[in-house]
Ligand binder design. Structure first.
Ligand code: PGA
Length: 253
């Protein structure tokens, strides 16, 4: 079975002390994960090293960066490179979150470079895609999201693309309390898997984990994750509350 993943995206929340407490409470509360299940915490840059230490090599639990720069090194004040993440043992990085695309104008082409750099260092990109409300209202969300994949992932070969985790996050559902219905999530996930199969073959498509993101909570996780093409979630707000995130973890297939 492909990996089933509960990924927390803390965004720009929590002081170091509060984050440490949250992480410890959740990690201590995680029951036995099966070999196909993973829990990932995308924490702010300054907390990466300490967070990695505090999870103490717990099986199937990982720390992720929330972003990286699309160039290898150089005069980019304030940015963090993939080499830097690799040098402190980070194995995951969120790439192309809609907030990065919108507020920091990250383009599909830059995101392709980030994906390449991550893969060159064996860092798994958690590649985010998803449509804004007006695109959904026009009914053209499938082609919109397909283009995001096409422009940032489809230059990869079959072996490389299998190493990417995709997170489908409809922008209208992020932080709004408006979750996509489990049918809407399944419909898009199935579409993305079909597109992956057309490009890379069914075996590859079946191997890629596709997470849903957008107002996932303890109360709705089970229904969303039970959809056949939904392989867990990328969770913002509810990942900041230990009881909520633990419930989400226990909803993994
Ligand atoms: P949300 O955020 O769970 O608060 O909607 C999800 C995300 O942006 O990854």
């Amino acid at each position: 079975m492909r990996k089933q993943i509960a990924a927390a995206n803390w965004k720009m929340n929590k002081t170091f002390q509060d984050g440490k407490e949250l992480l410890e409470t959740i990690v201590n509360g995680i029951g036995n994960l099966s070999s196909d299940q993973q829990v990932i915490f995308a924490v702010p840059f300054p907390y990466l090293m300490e967070s990695n230490k505090s999870i103490n090599n717990k099986p199937n639990v990982f720390i992720s960066a929330q972003n990286c720069h699309h160039k290898t090194a150089g005069a980019f004040t304030g940015e963090v490179s993939v080499d830097m993440l690799d040098s402190i043992g980070i194995k995951y990085c969120v790439v192309g979150h809609s907030e990065r695309r919108e507020y920091f104008h990250e383009s599909n082409a830059e995101l392709a470079e980030k994906v390449n750099l991550c893969l060159s260092k064996s860092i798994t990109p958690i590649f985010c895609c998803g449509e804004p409300l007006n695109i959904r209202e026009e009914g053209i969300q499938n082609s919109f999201v397909e283009k995001q994949l096409n422009d940032s992932l489809f230059h990869l070969d079959a072996e490389a693309v299998q190493k990417v985790v995709i997170a489908y996050e409809p922008i209208w559902a992020i932080g709004t309390g408006k979750t996509a219905t489990s049918d809407q999530a399944q419909e898009m996930h199935a579409h993305l898997r079909t597109v992956l199969a057309q490009k890379f073959g069914k075996q590859v498509a079946d191997h890629v984990s596709i997470l849903y993101g957008g107002s996932v909570k303890g109360a709705n996780a089970k229904e969303i994750f039970s959809q056949p093409d939904v392989d867990g979630g990328l969770v913002g707000g509810a990942s900041l509350i230990s009881a909520e995130f633990l419930q989400i973890i226990s909803a993994l297939k």
